[in-house]
Design a protein around this ligand. Structure first.
Ligand SMILES: [Zn+2]
Length: 189
């Protein structure tokens, strides 16, 4: 039976080993990586990512690179701007929005939520590809609560300092506890 995690080695002639149900560790020439794929309803691939867990020089293997892939393509910038518009309207509160894949297209959804100046609780949206939330007037950083929310596999964006002319934005991909840096331009465009 396959375990949750798989263990692969990136030999010069390709990947060998047993894949996992949720994600795979990959030992490569340039370190240890984790790779996952997220499938939506009907098995549609929504997200693939490879993130480095630790740097190391391993002799005799081939290297791999960190990578973020949106198999359905980037989401429209309209999704991003409509989230920013909603967040700006309620600038003193946290706001949550999700970019989800539905009926063959990306949609920006703001589900039912309970928010204050320093928290937001929301209903999870099916087939979410990007989780976005604002921090109101506070800075854009990933809090302990955010780290708990990001326990699975997801792209998340946080927007902060909504009281300033130029807002702060941070984005990352989390693969079961390991994070990689991403940019808004990798996601929307
Ligand atoms: Zn947060």
């Amino acid at each position: 039976m396959r375990g949750v995690a798989g263990y692969l080695v990136n030999h010069l002639d390709g990947l060998h080993g047993d894949g996992g149900q949720a994600y795979d560790y990959i030992l490569a020439a340039n370190g240890l990586f984790v790779r996952a794929e997220k499938l939506g309803l009907g098995g549609v691939p929504l997200l693939r990512a490879t993130v480095r867990v630790a740097e190391a020089q391993v002799r005799g293997l081939a290297p791999i690179q960190e990578r973020l892939e949106l198999p359905q393509g980037k989401a429209s910038e309209l999704c991003w701007h409509s989230f920013l518009a909603v967040a700006a309207q309620q600038a003193s509160n946290e706001v949550y929005g999700a970019v989800c894949w539905r009926d063959g297209a990306y949609h920006m959804v703001t589900p039912e939520q309970e928010a204050g100046g320093a928290h937001v609780e929301y209903q999870a949206v099916a087939d979410t590809v990007v989780d976005m939330h604002s921090h109101g007037y506070m800075g854009a950083w990933f809090s302990t609560t955010d780290n708990q929310d990001d326990a699975g596999f997801r792209i998340s964006i946080v927007v902060g300092r909504m009281d300033m002319l130029v807002w702060e934005v941070e984005a990352r991909v989390t693969v079961y506890g390991y994070t990689g840096k991403v940019y808004v331009g990798d996601i929307f465009g």
